[in-house]
Design a protein around this ligand. Structure first.
Ligand SMILES: Cc1cc2nc3c(=O)[nH]c(=O)nc-3n(C[C@H](O)[C@H](O)[C@H](O)COP(=O)(O)OP(=O)(O)OC[C@H]3O[C@@H](n4cnc5c(N)ncnc54)[C@H](O)[C@@H]3O)c2cc1C
Length: 402
């Protein structure tokens, strides 16, 4: 294999390139990215980029707090990096990626085009999403200008925007259709602690109610909730999920109903020498009883390393990708961490600390097995138990190990 093309210059794409070089690949690596920037890190966009804490003054582009690798480290990878270039199709028979400015032939291909934010269809100014550096610049400026916002969706992006905006002293209403924040990753029995966290910090939290309409003439003036109430606001930030950037792969690779790329246990997609990594990859994980897909930063890096190994390895040396999923979120200077799967769970046990103290480690179980570990303000204690999720561990054995 002499010529590897990576499409998508985010966390997963860049780390695939780095992992290929670490494994001694000396051939050509072409990294194609639609954005005009060098690869950057998205987690700070809802944290440091909004609060300004730990940020260099000036624009976000090139800011050290957002870097995935130093410029020198990227240069050392010796990439044919093509920023501002979009992949528009894939021909697996001729092994060619169709670009908006030509073709890129490959021996091996890694698909890492991630996701874009779902945008409410309002046609109104003042309604923002948060996925890119430009989004973060716009949200930061709008919070400074208006000092008042409605955040729609209390997933990790929405919850962090609410927390960052409160840190800046803005007036915040947080609207979530589910009964607790972070419902996709945090069991509803632990969710209330997060609700309380927002309320104690002065956020007006509205749970169990969706948005019926965004109202205003030309720009947003109010958000109409499903229960009929209107919340006046000059600014909305919507954190309502993502669309996966896989339209360009349609007809070329097997896609799942949600648009994710159907992979095998090695992160290989349905065409020879094509792998998929990061937010858009969907693969079978033996410890979670089926297929999984993770929108987690750490996974993007770990899967990139696994795919790089498998792409270069002889068939008998390939390794299945069976990570312990890991996710964190920072809100009000508190770190929330989740190892494994946090929801759904049928058993929850606090094994260190207490919910009242906002400092605890909880075990989560399903079908008699330990499936997840959640920590709040307890990093060493949470990570210490990671080994229990690296192999199948019964609920009893997990509790006995504490
Ligand atoms: C605001 C925010 C906060 C977050 N906070 C956390 C956190 O605290 N903890 C955590 O674990 N995770 C967090 N995440 C999630 C994490 O950032 C993602 O899981 C990670 O960025 C996924 O990396 P990726 O490379 O798969 O995809 P992406 O980061 O989406 O990168 C894909 C790249 O591909 C490009 N692309 C798309 N289509 C094309 C095309 N056709 N041609 C060429 N290029 C294309 C895109 O422009 C993009 O640059 C956060 C995400 C956001 C948005």
């Amino acid at each position: 294999m002499r010529n590897i093309v990576i499409v998508g210059a985010g966390m997963a794409g860049l780390h695939t390139a780095a992992a290929l070089r670490e494994r001694g690949f000396e051939g050509r690596i072409t990294l194609i990215g639609e954005e005009p920037h060098r690869p950057y890190s998205r987690p700070p966009l809802s944290k440091e980029a909004l609060t300004g804490v730990g940020l260099d003054p000036g624009p976000l582009a090139g800011n050290r707090a957002l870097r995935l690798l130093d410029d020198a480290e990227i240069d050392a990878l010796d990439l044919d990096f093509r920023p501002g270039t979009r992949a528009i199709g894939l021909d697996t028979a001729s092994r060619t990626v169709k670009l908006d400015d030509g073709d890129a032939p490959y021996d091996g291909l890694v698909v890492a085009t991630g996701a874009r934010a779902r945008r409410p269809d309002t046609g109104l100014a003042g309604v923002h999403v948060l996925r890119t550096l430009e989004d973060a610049e716009a949200v930061r400026a709008a919070i400074a200008e208006h000092g008042r916002l409605v955040v729609v969706g209390a997933g990790f992006v929405g919850a962090e925007v609410a927390a960052s905006a409160r840190t800046l002293g803005a007036e915040v209403t947080l609207v979530e259709a589910a009964p607790t924040p972070l419902t996709r990753v945090v069991d509803p029995r632990l969710g209330p602690v997060l609700t309380d966290l927002h309320r104690e910090n002065g956020v007006d939290v509205r749970l169990g109610v969706g948005v019926a309409a965004y109202e205003g003439s030309g720009r947003v003036e109010r958000v109409r909730l499903a229960d009929g109430e209107a919340v006046e606001t000059p600014l909305v930030v919507a954190g309502i999920g993502v669309h996966l950037n896989t339209e360009w792969l349609q007809g070329a690779l097997d896609l799942m109903p949600d648009g994710s790329v159907r992979c095998d246990e090695y992160s290989a997609a349905s065409a020879p020498d094509v792998y998929a990594v990061g937010d858009l990859a969907n693969w079978p994980h033996p410890r979670y009883g089926g297929r999984i897909r993770l929108e987690h930063w750490t996974n993007a890096g770990e899967q990139a390393a696994a795919a790089a190994h498998n792409l270069l390895a002889a068939p008998e040396e390939r390794r299945p990708f069976t990570p312990v999923p890991y996710f964190w979120s920072d809100q009000y200077k508190m770190k929330i961490q989740l190892l494994g799967q946090g929801a759904p769970a049928d058993e929850v046990a606090i094994v260190h600390g207490s919910v009242q103290d906002r400092k605890f480690v909880a075990f989560l179980g399903r079908g008699g097995m330990l499936t997840g570990i959640m920590g709040l303000r307890s990093t060493p204690r949470t990570m210490r138990h990671r080994g229990l999720l690296e192999r199948p561990t019964t609920w009893e054995d997990a509790l006995a190990a504490v």
